[in-house]
Design a protein around this ligand. Structure first.
Ligand code: GSH
Length: 220
């Protein structure tokens, strides 16, 4: 199997995390967003929207990180990251959808207002990126995250993980965005909520995540 992506990309992290949880080594083919390689005709032939990651499995191509992680969870042996119980599975899907609808967008607004974006804006691919947000944009993004995190806080008061007692694909989708939120000065939104904070401490110290969750610190 091949993963086209880069080790500091949040969307690639989700795929690398599932591979790590399964104990499976895939070949990582570097496609640098900072160099604009994701917009090359060669990459667009694999991913028509010009984004990473893409999975190649014996000639079969799949893109969209959340589709890839669901595929890998079923495709590979090893511990399942999807609960067997149909209701818990429904809850896992609910939390993945919450991430996609209310978390990743505002997190990226805050990333674009922080130090990681200074690195991105000095890169050859910078002209493809939107400008940083103004103060009003930052405050709206923080308020949106606060609202969603209050919902997660209530859930995590009564159970260990988002979908129940097991770590699942829901955590896999939240981890990269929370990691980038901390790297961009928004970690207080997590740490001021005791149950989210306890959960974050646990999932971010998971050995598989410590292996794959690398934040961009310099132009590569
Ligand atoms: N919905 C896509 C989003 C992929 C995405 O935004 N990838 C980022 C890296 S984390 C990227 O390729 N950015 C370049 C761009 O948007 O031009 C997925 O989940 O795979």
């Amino acid at each position: 199997m091949k993963v086209y992506g880069t080790t500091t990309s949040a969307c690639t992290h989700k795929v690398l995390m599932v591979l790590a949880e399964k104990g499976y080594e895939a070949e990582l083919v570097e496609v640098s967003v900072l160099k604009g390689e994701d917009k090359s005709p060669e990459h667009r032939a694999r991913q028509p929207f010009g984004e990473i990651p893409v999975l190649e499995d014996d000639g079969f191509l799949l893109y969209e990180s959340r589709a890839i992680i669901r595929y890998l969870d079923q495709r590979l042996p090893g511990p399942l990251l999807t609960p067997a119980d149909i209701r818990r599975r429904g809850l896992m899907e609910q939390w993945i959808s919450i991430e996609q609808s209310y978390i990743s967008g505002p997190v990226w607004t805050l990333v674009r207002g922080g130090p990681v974006y200074d690195i991105i804006r000095r890169s050859p691919g910078a002209k493809l990126m939107p400008p940083p947000p103004d103060a009003a944009g930052i405050s709206t993004a923080r308020a949106e995250l606060a609202e969603a995190f209050d919902v997660a806080e209530t859930t995590l008061a009564g159970q260990q993980f988002l979908a129940g007692p097991e770590f699942s694909l829901a955590e896999v989708t939240w981890l990269p965005y929370l990691q980038y939120l901390f790297a961009s000065g928004g970690g207080d939104l997590v740490t001021e909520r005791p149950n989210m904070s306890r959960w974050w401490q646990e999932i971010s110290k998971r050995p598989t995540w410590m292996k794959v969750g690398r934040v961009l610190e310099a132009m590569e």
